[in-house]
Design a protein around this ligand. Structure first.
Ligand SMILES: [Cu+2]
Length: 128
């Protein structure tokens, strides 16, 4: 008798597990949209261009985040932009001015930030 109960219990457990798996793998558009919202992290960062330098010189984000950098060029009468090769490029703007760039943070590592018009104006995008 005890053996029969054990068998019934195991059968019920397997059935419940199977149904759960079917629901979990449900591929409806609603399920996918909800997953997208849950995994999205919006990260806002501010960087200044002052005296031909980025301030701060290092911007830290997490891999996979949707990052928006607000770049404020405070050098009056000077063109600056902000970019990371193959990741994002802002327009140049003549200070004082503000521009924003948005991108998805790539694989962890350190990437060079630079201004296209001033080769010595560099910084670091640090992705954790
Ligand atoms: Cu510049």
């Amino acid at each position: 008798m005890r053996r029969l109960f054990t068998l019934m219990f195991v059968t019920a457990a397997v059935l419940v597990a199977s149904l759960s798996a079917v629901y979990a793998s449900s591929d409806s558009p609603t399920a996918r949209a909800e997953e997208g919202v849950v995994n999205t992290v919006e990260a806002a960062r501010s960087v200044k261009g002052v005296n031909y330098a980025f301030e701060p010189s290092t911007v830290t984000v997490n891999s996979g985040d949707n990052v928006t950098i607000t770049f404020s060029n405070e050098d009056g009468g000077v063109d600056h932009n902000i970019e990371v090769s193959k990741l994002f490029t802002s327009a140049e703007c003549n200070g004082p001015c503000t521009i924003t760039v948005s991108f998805v943070a790539p694989a962890p590592g350190e990437y060079q930030l630079y201004c296209i018009t001033h080769p010595d104006m560099v910084g670091t995008l640090k992705v954790n």
